[in-house]
Design a protein around this ligand. Structure first.
Ligand code: NAD
Ligand code: GLY
Length: 349
């Protein structure tokens, strides 16, 4: 088992290893205490792993309740958010009790935001079961739900008390969902870790513990410097300005990972054209993305993408911050006036 410790407004451990769900109860008791635990999960994950977590929590003396949502982004809504809050109140939960998010980023973001709000903040633990959640959403304290007007429009920074990543749970992910997570792993390699980039030329599954540990260590370092996303944390948005625009243009038919892959290729092309990185770096990025089977052709015009990007919450006033790779393992922030975004997008196509 690997352990990575995050030092943010709260200090907490991320545990990464095999079969950790079996002992999750005692680990949560040691890190978080409390008398009752609410497991928030989705139907798919509940069928696969719900009972294992509930039994482990009960063995450790918790009174356990469960709140199960349908799988998918549509569940990350205000109705489920209020549903969890009302359920916590009806079942007499207190601040020192625990909300345990078992699932992907949808469950983690929703449960985390509810935990942040109930009694102005109750104990929260993350048990990520997708690769994306393991390397990204379970760490760093961003929680949110969607509004009809857009994704993640309400939320809070609220750090968990513990993250337990049982890598065996990732065995049951479909190839498509696993690959979505690989796009985020590739992102970490490009912005911060050349050695990881080289490791990604070999299959990911046999190296999961090492790769997840490396990714969360990178995120830990970034979050320690900029928990509230006003500076270096924006490096984690590499590929996401174009990627989110592609997802939005497709009405979310293009998956997040595929959008981010198109975005990383486009943002790298634009960066190379402006001399931030050389053609070799661009080639390496594009080749690795292709190795994972990502199609990098963008079916939308620069104008359509630009319009979506300008309504994204990454925009601050009249400026937008982009991420440009310098070389494999190093990237920097580039803040441009919104008027220059279209030309950036045009050169990325
Ligand atoms: P998800 O939570 O919807 O999970 C994807 C699918 O995988 C779901 O159908 C789920 O039921 C299924 N699944 C989960 N674990 C499984 C397992 N072990 N075996 C089989 N099936 C399993 O999607 P996601 O990609 O994990 O997360 C996406 C969400 O994360 C988005 O809402 C995004 O906004 C959010 N996000 C948040 C952050 C953050 O920092 N908080 C970062 C990135 C993304
Ligand atoms: N997923 C980007 C961040 O946590 O900042």
């Amino acid at each position: 088992m690997e352990k990575v410790t995050v030092n943010a407004s709260r200090t907490y451990d991320i545990l990464i290893g095999e079969h950790l769900l079996d002992t999750a109860g005692e680990r949560i008791r040691a890190a978080a205490g409390g008398g009752a635990a609410l497991v928030v999960t989705d139907d798919t994950v509940d069928r696969l792993y719900g009972e294992k977590l509930v039994s482990s929590l009960r063995r450790s003396g918790y009174r356990v309740e469960k709140f199960v949502i349908p799988p998918g982004e549509a569940s990350k809504n205000t109705e489920n958010f209020l549903g969890i809050l009302n359920f916590l109140a009806e079942k007499h939960f207190t601040r020192s009790d625990v909300v345990a998010a078992l699932g992907g980023g949808v469950v983690g973001d929703l449960a985390g935001f509810a935990a942040a709000c109930f009694h102005r903040g109750m104990t929260f633990v993350q048990l990520p079961t997708t690769l994306l959640a393991a390397v990204d959403s379970s760490v760093g304290g961003k929680t949110a739900v969607d509004l009809p007007a857009g994704k993640n429009l309400i939320g809070a920074f609220y750090q968990p008390a513990l993250v337990i990543c049982d890598i065996r749970t990732l065995d049951t992910l479909s190839e498509e969902i696993f690959r979505d997570g690989c796009a985020e792993v590739i992102k970490y390699a490009i912005i911060a870790d050349r050695e990881l980039f080289m490791d990604l030329k070999q299959p990911v599954r046999p190296q999961l513990e090492k790769i997840i540990t490396r990714c969360v260590s990178i995120k830990r370092d970034i979050v320690a410097r900029d928990e509230f996303d006003t500076g270096v944390r924006q490096l984690l948005n590499f590929g996401h300005t174009v990627g989110h625009a592609v997802e939005a243009c497709s009405d979310f038919a293009v998956s997040h990972g595929s959008g981010v892959a198109i975005g990383m290729a486009a943002e790298s092309r634009a960066a190379a054209q402006r001399g931030f990185c050389d053609a070799l770096c661009l080639n390496e990025i594009v080749s690795l993305l292709r190795l994972y089977g990502f199609s990098l052709d963008c079916p939308y015009s620069a104008e359509a993408l630009c319009e979506k990007a300008l309504s994204d919450k990454k925009r601050r006033g009249d400026a937008i911050t982009l991420v440009v790779p310098r070389e494999i393992g190093q990237a920097e922030l580039l803040t441009v006036p919104v008027g220059e975004l279209l030309s950036f997008f045009r050169s990325g196509r």
